[in-house]
Design a protein around this ligand. Structure first.
Ligand SMILES: CC(C)(COP(=O)(O)OP(=O)(O)OC[C@H]1O[C@@H](n2cnc3c(N)ncnc32)[C@H](O)[C@@H]1OP(=O)(O)O)[C@@H](O)C(=O)NCCC(=O)NCCS
Length: 208
């Protein structure tokens, strides 16, 4: 098992071809897939293709990719990713997560994502981490807000329409500057911008 990182309650490890049944089972729950495909499950061939793609990620970018999340006893919880989309800027990786329904509402998406933000910004070349979801995916948006990400834009996705797609997609982001400001505030230091008399960022918002 190749562990990428651990949190208080989770181990994030590399995905292998043996994990196909776990990923297939996850994507077979219509509620998990509701805001991704409208509830349609993934096809086994797509899962296999994705797993092959992940192996390429690990080779090319050991600090980027998709990781299975399991609890400290080894039980499967879901997965997280930190990747830059094909042709995207490695300095601006995208965060993503998908958890089995039995584990929703325990703060796990926030916990894993927070740890991944730490690894992302440990790379000095990373300027910003972003995340996207359907505007109507309130739970996912809430995770982004709890991470201190800010709504950047609402946009239409060029994809087959599913219920709720008429409200568009949202993109949230956390810049290095905003993260450093939040860290400073958390540790009771004066934020750099505040010390300079600069503007404070607006509070996270669900509004476009
Ligand atoms: C989105 C998802 C990852 C959230 O995982 P999670 O571990 O339950 O998230 P957390 O517990 O860290 O935080 C969820 C927050 O959203 C809130 N929430 C969840 N569903 C909500 C809803 N329908 N309306 C309002 N708030 C909601 C929770 O109350 C919690 O906020 P709180 O801590 O302030 O109470 C999980 O539901 C999931 O895997 N969904 C299916 C896949 C998916 O949609 N992935 C995102 C696509 S980009």
């Amino acid at each position: 098992m190749q562990v990428f990182l651990t949190t208080d309650r989770m181990v994030l490890r590399r995905i292998t071809p043996d994990d196909a049944p776990l990923l297939l089972g996850l994507d077979s729950d219509p509620e998990v897939m509701r805001y991704l495909t409208g509830g349609r499950p993934s096809a086994p061939a797509d899962i296999d293709g994705n797993i092959r793609r992940y192996q390429g990620w690990y080779r090319a970018y050991p600090e980027r990719g998709y990781w299975i999340a399991q609890d400290t006893g080894g039980a499967f919880l879901g997965w997280f990713h930190l990747r830059h989309p094909h042709g995207g800027d490695p300095a601006e990786p995208e965060l993503g997560y998908r958890l089995a329904r039995a584990h929703w509402g325990r703060g796990l998406a926030t916990e894993g994502s927070f740890a991944l933000l730490g690894t992302a910004f440990a790379d000095p070349s990373v300027r910003r981490v972003f995340a996207r979801t359907m505007a109507v995916n309130t739970g996912s948006r809430r995770v982004m807000e709890k991470l201190g990400m800010r709504l950047v834009r609402t946009f239409a996705l060029d994809a087959p329409p599913i219920p709720g797609a008429e409200h568009g997609e949202v993109e949230y982001a956390l810049t290095r500057t905003d993260r450093e400001r939040a860290e400073a505030e958390r540790h009771g230091r004066r934020p750099r911008d505040a010390a300079r008399g600069g503007p404070r960022p607006p509070a996270p918002s669900r509004e476009a």
